[in-house]
Design a binder for this molecule. Structure first.
Ligand code: XMP
Length: 541
């Protein structure tokens, strides 16, 4: 498939660049900004390269560097912000901190025609976010657009000039090379989508091939080939194990596998940790059966999980215990089911999971939370043996939902809010026990039922309750009492990478709070979390 490759230098908006392109049907893939051409997997499918922004300045010692061979690939390159400054610095120009920093809207004036800004109006409002600016462009570069402060906003290597040809020859450049100082991926940037479209279509001649039906066919083929290769290797039909969490991703993957392979060879393992949502286990069982699953294994492991979590309050320790226990149970079940050492493990890993686990963007990525099983030793060793199937790893959450819809899953499942692997454990701050799980589950049910009744559920990306490890004084009748403090969280987002707080009508939030404190004696006070991500994360632990 025609692909745009994004070299990510650590900007908050690299993800958005890929999203904006994919929304228009152009497939984009992100790699670490400092990886080599070989590591980036540059082949004939790569029609264009985008160099992202960065929190670094190009002149800083630790600033991420670009493999200079990228310039020699004969593939058009667009630098965005740091990307343009990287090009400038690498090809002999200079970048410096400027007194006139540009943040926010900036209107741009056209100086030269260029295909990248075809049909964009003179004076359009771009979106800037830079403290450094180009002091001197490399030899043979021209400014096409500039800001009110006279700072180059779009520049390109002009190979119609002798100077441009000299630079192209010196650095082995044979395809269009350009950069912009502003951020077309940000929704406040006027015509941002058109600019990205111009790059993809006018400059890279990309075909719009990315959509869910195309993806579905590709995924089916990859799954079938992986299973076939494994079967040939071991001389019998390979069996596949999928851990089902109750969330959208693993359910969609289950549906995909059931459509792709012999259901008799697929084992669906669901571990009830005792920290699930209300009625989750029954719902999961029902859904899988309705999809034609033959082997659904439900493991009731509440005692194991709550036993090991007793007395533990450190968030990372809790996650570690839960992650390890999942693996222990998984290993135990593999033996019990007689899967031996030859099975394939399917995982509902998404693109954002890889990125947030620090796999997607190389040295400069921070591991935000030890998400999922992406980095567990078992998974790593299976991965090295080629025994992991992760057909959703190229997708964002809303693309998984579209895939679920295409696979015929019911809207109730497809649009269910995400739920973290460690379950209620990361929503009960501090120590977890059976009683707290029951309190939180009951409160969460009231909250979610009310969102459905008020027709708010689908306007919210994720909503849930959090039980705080503090008790606060209250009065009920004439009695003073100490009840738990419960926080409500409701956010809007497109993929969980960033999030805004859902702006409830006061009436709704007051009524929901009243219902919770009236119906659940143990809760004395309800608060609403008004933090966006960043700086907060969506979950509290
Ligand atoms: P955060 O809290 O990192 O959450 O802003 C982003 C999205 O990921 C979910 N989440 C997890 N999902 N295992 C999961 O499967 C985890 O450990 C985990 N932690 C957070 C979270 O619910 C939100 O949708």
């Amino acid at each position: 498939m025609d692909t745009l490759l994004i070299f990510d230098f650590g900007s908050q908006t690299s993800q958005l660049i890929a999203r904006r392109l994919r929304d228009q049907g152009y497939f984009a893939r992100i790699v670490a900004g400092d990886c080599t051409c070989q590591e980036a997997g540059i082949d004939g499918s790569i029609k264009g390269i985008i160099l992202s922004g960065s929190p670094f300045s190009v002149y800083e010692k630790d600033a991420p560097k670009l493999d200079q061979d990228v310039f020699k690939q004969g593939i058009p390159i667009l630098g965005i912000c740091y990307g343009l400054q990287r090009i400038t610095q690498d090809l002999g120009g200079s970048v410096e901190p400027r007194h006139t920093r540009e943040y926010g809207r900036a209107s741009l004036q056209k100086k030269n025609e260029h295909l990248l800004l075809k049909d964009i109006r003179d004076g359009f409002q771009s979106w800037m976010s830079h403290g450094d600016s180009i002091q001197k462009l490399p030899h043979g570069f021209e400014v096409a657009w500039e800001s009110e402060h006279g700072i180059p906003a779009m520049a390109f290597l002009d190979t119609k000039t002798i100077a441009g040809q000299e630079t192209a020859k010196k650095f082995g450049i044979s395809a269009p090379l350009m950069g912009i100082q502003f951020h077309p991926e940000v929704s406040h940037c006027e015509s941002g989508q058109s600019i990205l479209h111009n790059f993809a279509e006018q400059i890279c001649s990309m075909k719009r091939e990315w959509d869910v039906s195309y993806y579905l066919e590709e995924a089916k083929q990859v799954i079938a080939e992986t299973i076939l290769a494994r079967s040939e290797l071991q001389g019998t039909g390979a069996e596949v194990l999928l851990l089902i969490s109750g969330g959208v991703d693993s359910t969609v993957l289950g549906a995909l596998l059931l459509k792709t392979m012999d259901p008799d060879k697929l084992h669906l393992l669901y571990v009830d940790t005792g920290m699930m949502r209300n009625a989750e286990t029954d719902e999961v069982k029902e859904t899988l059966k309705s999809l034609g699953a033959k082997h659904v294994h439900i493991v009731h492991a509440e005692n194991d999980f709550l036993g090991q979590l007793a007395g533990k309050s450190d968030p990372e320790e809790k996650r570690q215990i839960i992650g390890d226990l999942f693996i222990t149970i998984q290993n135990r079940e593999i033996v019990r089911l007689g899967l031996g050492s030859a099975y394939l493990l399917a995982q509902g890993t998404l693109y954002t999971d890889l990125i947030e686990s620090g796999k997607g963007v190389g040295k400069h990525a921070a591991v935000i939370k030890s998400h999922h099983n992406v980095r567990s030793p078992l998974v790593e060793s299976l991965r090295n043996e080629g025994r992991i199937i992760e057909p959703l790893a190229k997708l964002y959450k809303d693309e998984v939902r579209a895939l679920g819809k295409a696979l015929g899953l019911s809207p109730k499942i497809v649009w269910r809010h995400p739920f973290p692997g460690p379950g209620l454990a990361v929503r009960i701050l501090g120590e977890v026990d059976r009683e707290k799980c029951a309190i939180l589950r009951a409160a969460d049910k009231i909250f979610i039922d009310e969102l459905h009744k008020r027709e708010l559920y689908h306007s919210i990306w994720q909503a849930f309750c959090v039980l705080l490890p503090v008790r606060s004084v209250g009065v009920a009748g004439d009695m003073r009492g100490y009840g738990y403090v419960l926080a409500l969280r409701a956010i809007v987002s497109s993929d969980g990478m960033t999030a805004d707080v859902y702006p409830f009508e006061m009436k709704d939030i007051l009524e929901i709070s009243g219902l919770i404190t009236n119906q659940i004696k143990a809760i004395g006070r309800v608060v609403y979390d008004i933090s966006s991500k960043p700086p907060a994360t969506i979950e509290w632990e």
